[in-house]
Design a protein. Structure first.
Length: 93
């Protein structure tokens, strides 16, 4: 074992220990949001982050730069995103 092996092992152990200590929440379940139902999506988003799957292959999406994407969406899922929060809050629903 050379000095690089020891350093690598120590680093890996330290990273593992930090990951163990940094657990804040656990996922206890999930619910599917109905397809093509923006109101349900917004209600779910007001309560927690959402994992979504999208078709990002289209030209419109490739040039997307921000805001609400309201162009054509394909159906060949090839990309995942995490949606976080909403500016509307509960009163805007």
């Amino acid at each position: 074992m050379n000095r690089y092996d020891v350093g690598s092992q120590l680093t890996q152990r330290t990273i593992f220990e930090l990951q163990e200590e940094s657990e804040i929440v656990t996922i206890s379940g999930y619910h599917d949001v109905p397809l093509n139902n923006e109101q349900s999506l917004m209600k779910a988003l007001a309560n927690q982050p959402l994992s979504v799957a999208i078709d990002a292959s289209g030209r419109d999406f490739q040039f997307y730069s921000g805001g609400v994407f309201d162009r054509h969406c394909g159906t060949s899922v090839d990309h995942s995103e995490e949606f976080m929060g909403t500016e509307m809050g509960r009163k805007g629903l």
